[in-house]
Design a protein around this ligand. Structure first.
Ligand code: FRU
Length: 484
């Protein structure tokens, strides 16, 4: 049976073998959610990049397909996106249905090693058979390098009102926008980033899309940053603003808390293109690791996994608009047994280790300074998920969660601010063999972290300090593996 190795995720996507990093080319087409990803098929550390490929009909169960894009004379295949060219603007359609076009970065390692700066360019590949086979465009690259050493990760979307393709890509510590009528010829539009947001490291894997906020439309610009994330290393943040077809204007000049995920393990999170309008969701997925230790995590047959697919939306809070991320509702189909509990520190509950937990409590009636859930196993390893009401912080503590010595920065307690003063505090948790995702306050704060306990966490208990937790409801589901 595949997907049975130690530490193998059971409710998340991971490649059948070898190295993966960023999700790429996320596109929905004719009933299939395509997932391409940065893949090195010949080893379990980063190497010459290919695009691995899988698809799903429901965002829950995944089917692996052969490698979609291989390195060629222009270089290896770095991150990028995919779109359906519905009007055949590119003229690359050969069959009855519109083509799927992948837009990616060609990375020329030889040029880089020679000290040149023009080693990253943007290229296309086209599939006329639902993503099963791609042919690289014969006039690649479609955007040559303008003299920027870091120039990569193109994300393309169709702008309906302009009837233009808009591309956003990462360039050093900013992004650049380009526009094109046909995906083949691109005009430079503008830059965004100097003086805005965080600059602890290079910007990567941007995304740009509109989201409804009441009757208004806001534009979200996602940017991944390595390093400088809230809990160290790499992380994914966002800006809220307006894109007028040429440039992006940021609504918030001083904000520092717009992180799509506060945990250490959600990088390169980007959205699916071409989700049908009648569905209306904006669905994102991220790489569940961190460049600080991604290459040394203790897995053998493969390295890397993705987060759960999440649906995102804007919500008005006391601090202004914020993005909420919640697991897609399709995941309810892997729920198995359901149990309800009181919050009681004397109870120990046996769990399967693949669980979904929903807990809500009224802060007005609680006096505990700190409270939460401990997952543990017979090796005395534990993972603690909690809330500190004095500091207004959620946290995931993996300091005693199992193997941690493979990296000096791995053993940590990741914290996230609470972004609302609602009386009811909610925690929605997904526990997999090597990962936890906390969606707090209906997804206003998310915290994703990986761990390696050696033996699965099979007990759940509650804790509280300096007072008593009252009026708490807990519901626990067992989950079925998606790989059986
Ligand atoms: C982000 C990233 C991208 C790049 C890819 C290479 O994790 O560094 O910027 O395209 O990975 O694998």
């Amino acid at each position: 049976m595949p997907y049975q190795e130690q530490h193998r995720p059971q409710i998340h996507f991971s490649p059948p073998g070898n190295w993966m990093n960023d999700p790429n080319g996320l596109v929905y087409y004719r009933g299939e959610y395509h997932l391409f990803y940065q893949y090195y098929p010949d080893g379990t550390v980063w190497g010459p990049m290919h695009w691995g490929h899988a698809f799903s009909r429901d965002l829950v169960y995944w089917e692996n397909l052969p490698v979609a894009l291989f390195p060629d004379a222009l270089g290896s295949i770095f991150s990028g996106s995919a779109v359906i060219d519905r009007k055949n603007t590119s003229g690359l359609q050969t069959g009855e249905h519109p083509p799927m076009i992948a837009i990616f970065t060609h990375h020329d390692k030889t040029k880089q090693q020679k000290g040149k700066t023009d080693y990253q360019v943007q290229s296309l590949a086209c599939s006329n058979d639902m993503g099963r086979n791609f042919v690289k465009y014969k006039h690649n690259p479609v955007i040559p390098n303008p003299g920027e050493p870091d120039f990569r990760d193109p994300k393309v979307t169709w702008n309906k009102s302009l009837q233009l393709w808009i591309m956003v890509l990462a360039a050093g510590q900013k992004v650049k926008f380009y526009g094109s009528p046909n995906l083949l010829y691109w005009d430079y539009l503008s830059d965004f980033g100097t003086g805005a947001g965080d600059h602890g490291g290079v910007w990567e894997c941007p995304d740009l899309f509109p989201v409804k906020a009441g009757n208004e439309i806001k534009w979200i610009l996602i940017v991944s940053i390595n390093a400088g994330a809230p809990n160290g290393g790499s992380g994914t943040r966002y800006f809220i603003g307006y894109f007028d077809g040429v440039k992006f204007t940021n609504d918030n000049s001083e904000e520092t808390e717009l992180w799509l995920d506060y945990g250490p393990d959600n990088y390169a999170e980007v959205s699916w293109s071409d989700i049908p309008e009648e569905d209306g969701r904006r669905i994102v997925i991220g790489w569940m690791s961190n460049w600080d230790y991604a290459e040394t995590v203790p897995t053998t047959a493969w390295r890397g996994a993705l987060t759960l697919p999440r649906s995102i939306s804007l919500r008005a809070t006391e601090r202004g608009l914020r993005l909420c991320s919640n697991p897609v509702s399709e995941l309810k189909k892997i729920r198995n047994g359901k149990q309800s509990f009181e919050f009681n520190t004397d109870t120990i509950i046996n769990i399967s280790g693949l669980n979904e937990i929903l807990m809500s409590t009224s802060l007005a009636e609680n006096s505990a300074e700190e409270f939460g859930i401990i997952f543990s196993n017979s090796r005395k390893k534990k993972l603690v998920v909690g809330y500190n009401s004095r500091l207004n912080q959620f946290y995931v503590d993996r300091t005693n969660s199992g193997q941690t010595s493979f990296s000096p920065t791995f053993s940590n307690k990741a914290v996230a601010p609470r972004l609302t003063t609602d009386n009811i505090l909610r925690m929605h948790i997904f526990l997999d063999v090597p990962s936890i995702e906390l969606f707090a306050d209906n997804g206003l704060v998310t915290l994703t972290a990986i761990f390696f306990p050696g033996e699965k966490f099979d007990s759940l208990s509650f804790f509280q300090t300096k007072g008593t937790v009252k009026n708490t409801q807990c519901v626990l589901f067992e989950l079925n593996s998606i790989w059986k």
